[in-house]
Structure formats: structure tokens, C-alpha cells
Design a protein around this ligand. Structure first.
Ligand SMILES: [Zn+2]
Length: 428
């Protein structure tokens, strides 16, 4: 045995177990593991989680905030227009440098798998080539999965389909789309069918930006579910955003959610971005806009959360912290029950891993020894505190460490050191 982590709590509620690692693989997870190892680490009742997984991101635009200007209205459509202004000025070097800087940030936060959309509506395919290069560079420590994303519309943009196919030929592995941005509802539905056929022909996964709108009649998710069923793509398709579902008629949704569950389409909500971009045309009350997460989960649909954007034309904040994402989801979806909190943690870890079809993911014998030790005892505390990632491990090797977060207090008669880990009932 190379490494043993002693006294770990796991996200599924098991407490005080040991994790044994050999040759980069987890070989045992059990209480009081008798084996001796080269290196023993006592994690002292802290949460040890498999790495965070971001199911929806845009690595080609990240960290470009302010280039060439800021988004004044804060809307999705101004963001798309702004990105259009920036695109002709992008260089491959700059896209690579920003994406690499973001991946460093991600690793520091225990985020070791990212599904990133990459805009293919540029005849040069500059961002595609840049992110394929980033994928190669980060492969030893981060799983980067790329989605061919026709940002300006498959049919609405010139050469949309041709460039999407070129990107797939170059090695982009997931088929993307944006049906609500095509010229008409009918064209949107036609784009969904075409894109699903491309994926079926090539044996690829599908992940579309779908119904990212407050329009309750934007119903491309229905077509996506039906086409998934027609083409036998069960378990290989995800609908991202699905925000129109927030505003849909309840009767219609009572038919739609079982259809999504039956087709095996996964849902990806992006709480930070949905709460920021949706409802922009409302006065008061203002919509939240995020899709119906608890209801989808209750129907058995696999739901994950994405960060979507960090410091780009659509969103000025973010730091690659998937606990920030889960924290926002808990608030926006009102998932403050213990089950809701635990499901939100799953949505940024194992649910997302399933959507990406990640191999060997998890804290179990046979899985790759990728893990994160958090300064928290369980998922509840991790989300509450956006807990510090004390240690991040990839294939049994430590690749990032952060010091424990404590404050030195100088108050008469009070403790000298204050941690934020305050458990219910610890002060009577
Ligand atoms: Zn997106």
C-alpha cells in the first residue's frame, strides 16, 4: 500500500473509514484498515470526496472579462453580442493562456473534470484548436471534455453545420446546440433532430444549450427527449439550462418531466448564471429562472450543476468553486432540507461524473485515487462554508494543498483562534 488516509468521512454518510491506495488506484475503503503504508495521513473526521466535476462550462471565453468592454444590460443576448465583438480579436495564445490559468484555479478547488463548450462558429476554428491543445496539456491532472457548440446557431450562422462537423473531425467529442437561438421554433426543433442524428451516426454524446429563455413556450427539451428516444441515445444526452421550464404551465410540465425521465435525458442547471441572466425582462416580481431541479430529481432524472461562466461576457464573478455553485443552487431551488443539500453536493460530483461518462470515478475499490480532503465534516458543512480544499489528490499523488482557514482573534476573555466549523449543538 502506498498511502492510507485514516478517519475519513464520505459524502454518502459513512464516517471514520480508512482509504487505502496502491499504484494510483483505491484498493480498500473500510473502517480500521490493518495495512501499513509508505505514507499515513490522518484526516481526522474530515470529508473526503471524489473530485468536483463541472458539467457545463465555457473555457474559451473564461477570464476575458472587460474585453473589449463590459456587459451593460447584463442580459444573455448582450453577452452573445459582446462575445461576437471579441471573437475576431482572439488569438490562440491568449485563449490557451486564459484557459490554462482557469484550470490551475480549478485544480486548487478540487475540480478535476470539466465539460466545456467551445464555440465552433468561426471559420478559423481558433478556439477549438486552442482548447484541444489545453486538453492535451492538462490531461495528466484534469479531464477536459469538449462540446462542439454552435453559439450563433447551427442554421442561423453561416457555415454552422460545416464548422461543427469540422470540429468533431478534429476530436471534439460531444455534439452541442442552441435551438432557442435559431430563427424560428421550427428551425430550432429541426436543429435538435439534425444534431441528434449526427451524434447517433458518429456514436457521440449530446449536450445542448436548450431553452435558455424565460419563454414558457420554448419547448425544445420536448423534441430533445423525443429524438433521444427515436435514435436510441438513452443515457448519452443532456439538456443544459432548461430555464423555460421554470415558467412553463404546470399541466404541461406534468407531461414533460416523465417524458424526460423515460428518454434518459439528463438535466444540467447553472444556478449562478440562471439566477443572474433570467428574469431580466421582468419588473417585479422577478423570476428565479432556474429549471425545476427538485421535481426533475424526484422523477429520477439525473441532474447536475454547472458553473457555466467565470469572468466573461455573461458573468463577472466566480473562481472555479463548485461549492459556490451548489450553495447558490440550494438557495435558488429552495433545497434547504438535509436531503436537498446532500443532492446538491451529488449534483457537483457524482451526478455530473455520470453525464460525462467518467471512468473509475468515486471513493470505492477499483476507482482511480482522485480525491479531495475538505475542511468540513460532511457535505452540509462543505456547502455552508464553501470549505477549504486542504488537499487534492490525482491518481494517488497530491497535486494541491491549501492551509486550514482559521482566524487569530484578539478579544479579551475569548478564544485566540476561531475556525468556521461550528457544528449544531456545540454551544448550549
Ligand atoms: Zn453555457
Amino acid at each position: 500500500m502506498d498511502v492510507v488516509l485514516r478517519h475519513a468521512n464520505l459524502p454518502d454518510g459513512r464516517r471514520d473509514v480508512d482509504i487505502g491506495i496502491r499504484d494510483g488506484v483505491i484498493i480498500a475503503v473500510e473502517p480500521s484498515l490493518p495495512a501499513h503504508a509508505h505514507e499515513e495521513m490522518d484526516v481526522a473526521g474530515r470529508l473526503v470526496s471524489p473530485p468536483f466535476v463541472d458539467a457545463h462550462f465555457h473555457l474559451d471565453s473564461t477570464l476575458s472579462l472587460g474585453l473589449p468592454r463590459l456587459n451593460r444590460s447584463g442580459t444573455l443576448l448582450e453577452g452573445i453580442a459582446l462575445w461576437g465583438e471579441l471573437k475576431p480579436h482572439l488569438t490562440q495564445e491568449a485563449v490557451i493562456a486564459r484557459a490554462m490559468a482557469y484550470c490551475d484555479m480549478a485544480v486548487a478547488q478540487g475540480l478535476l473534470a470539466i465539460r466545456s463548450h467551445v464555440d465552433v462558429c468561426d471559420d478559423r476554428l481558433l478556439a477549438v484548436e486552442a482548447l484541444l491543445e489545453v486538453k492535451r496539456r492538462v490531461a495528466p491532472y484534469l479531464d477536459l471534455q469538449l462540446v462542439a457548440f454552435p453559439q450563433d446557431g447551427l442554421f442561423r450562422s453561416e457555415n454552422g453545420e460545416r464548422n461543427l462537423l469540422r470540429a468533431l473531425d478534429l476530436g471534439v467529442e460531444v455534439v452541442g446546440g442552441i435551438p432557442h437561438f435559431e430563427r424560428t421554433m421550427a428551425e430550432g426543433a429541426r436543429s435538435v433532430s439534425r444534431l441528434c442524428e449526427i451524434a447517433a451516426d458518429r456514436g457521440l454524446l449530446v449536450d445542448m444549450h436548450c431553452d435558455e429563455s424565460d419563454d414558457p413556450l420554448s419547448r425544445h427539451i420536448e423534441t430533445l427527449a423525443a429524438e433521444t428516444k427515436r435514435l436510441g441515445l438513452y443515457g448519452r444526452v443532456a439538456g443544459s439550462h432548461l430555464t423555460s421550464m421554470h415558467s412553463m404551465d404546470n399541466y404541461y410540465v406534468s407531461k414533460l418531466i416523465p417524458l424526460i425521465a423515460e428518454s434518459g435525458v439528463a438535466a444540467i442547471a447553472n444556478p449562478l448564471i440562471n439566477i443572474t441572466l433570467q428574469g431580466r425582462h421582468d419588473s417585479y416580481p422577478k423570476r428565479r429562472g432556474m429549471t425545476r431541479v427538485p421535481e426533475l430529481m424526484a422523477a429520477g432524472v439525473n441532474v447536475a450543476f454547472g458553473h457555466d461562466c467565470v469572468m466573461d461576457p455573461w458573468y463577472p464573478f466566480g473562481s472555479g468553486d463548485m461549492l459556490d455553485v451548489a450553495n447558490m443552487a440550494v438557495h435558488v431551488a429552495q433545497m434547504t432540507s438535509l436531503d436537498g443539500i446532500s443532492s446538491s453536493f451529488d449534483a457537483v460530483t457524482k451526478n455530473a461524473a455520470r453525464i460525462l461518462h467518467l471512468d473509475g470515478y468515486g471513493i470505492a475499490p477499483g476507482c482511480r485515487a482522485d480525491l479531495v480532503v475538505l475542511q468540513a465534516s460532511d457535505p452540509f458543512e462543505a456547502i455552508r462554508l464553501r470549505a477549504t480544499r486542504l488537499l487534492v489528490m490525482r491518481a494517488g499523488k497530491v497535486i494541491a494543498r491549501s492551509p486550514e482557514r482559521v482566524c487569530a482573534l484578539d478579544l479579551p476573555g475569548r478564544p485566540a483562534r476561531l475556525g468556521l466549523n461550528f457544528m449544531p449543538g456545540s454551544v448550549q
